[in-house]
Design a protein around this ligand. Structure first.
Ligand code: APR
Length: 230
């Protein structure tokens, strides 16, 4: 089976009702990104940061996967598919995707602020004073700006071994996620689906830009790729 690696950003969840980051004028649900997505922001006002992610977790429970998430699942009957997402939502999993790598962490997990390997499931709110077994404050399992990206190596390997790469709904502004596509083998077909694509046709050898939303662009692309596989 040929391997497909799909790199997704906030745009794949936009039509499910989750705002993207940079379409909102640099503010993330009314906050400066560094206020709620950096270790410095957490040190300065932990209650605000915890509350911010508690709200995001509540919002996540009210939304559902869209037709782009579901179409990607259909590829699995014909290809060995890995989804590498920058998103912290669980919409790929809820749609039924089997192999999802969350580069920037997951809203439905929390971790010890004293031991990044101590990771627990998190369905409800995290409050100031909620501690891990070793006595450290619990925090969302989110990779904040300036923090290491533990799954980067695995994601790079998956991109390097791909026969086809699909990139959906990302502004390609956040590194190292944006540089993952550089691991793809030369000549591998790269499809870029985004209504405001941030790449030009000269950026990669074998690039197809589809300037559409995920829900408009992904289902027909999936049908094409399934037809190509037989
Ligand atoms: N379908 C597809 N793409 C869309 C849609 C849609 N319906 N709506 C918007 N987009 C595109 C935008 O054109 C933009 O290129 O999604 C992209 C969203 O870009 P960002 O908001 O920058 O999101 P992303 O690239 O995922 O951000 C990366 O930044 O704040 C951090 O850690 C956070 O993972 C996040 C990272």
């Amino acid at each position: 089976m040929k391997k497909i690696t799909v790199l997704t950003g906030a745009g794949v969840s936009a039509e499910s009702g989750i705002n993207t980051f940079r379409d909102a004028g640099g503010l993330w649900e009314g906050h400066e990104v560094m206020e709620v997505a950096s270790p410095q922001g957490f040190a300065k006002n932990p209650a605000l940061v915890l509350d911010f992610y508690n709200q995001r977790r509540k919002q996540l429970k009210k939304v559902s996967p869209n037709r782009a998430h579901f179409a990607l699942v259909e590829l699995e009957d014909h290809y060995d598919v890995t989804i590498i997402t920058q998103n912290v939502d669980d919409l790929h999993e809820r749609a039924g995707s089997s192999n999802v790598i969350h580069l920037h962490g997951e809203l439905l997990k929390m971790r010890s602020s004293g031991n990044e390997r101590s990771i627990l499931d998190c369905e409800g709110d995290i409050m100031l004073g909620d501690l891990c077994e070793q006595g450290y404050q619990l925090r969302p399992h989110i990779v904040w700006f300036g923090e290491a990206v533990p799954l980067l190596e695995k994601a790079a390997e998956k991109t390097q071994s791909a026969h086809i790469v699909i990139i959906i709904g990302t502004s390609m502004q956040v590194y190292p996620a944006a540089s993952l596509v550089d691991y793809a083998q030369k000549g591998v077909p790269v499809y870029f689906i985004d209504p405001k694509p941030s790449v030009s046709k000269y950026d990669y050898d074998n690039l197809t830009i589809i300037p559409k939303t995920a829900v408009q662009g992904i289902p027909p692309l999936v049908l094409d790729l399934i037809a190509q596989s037989s």
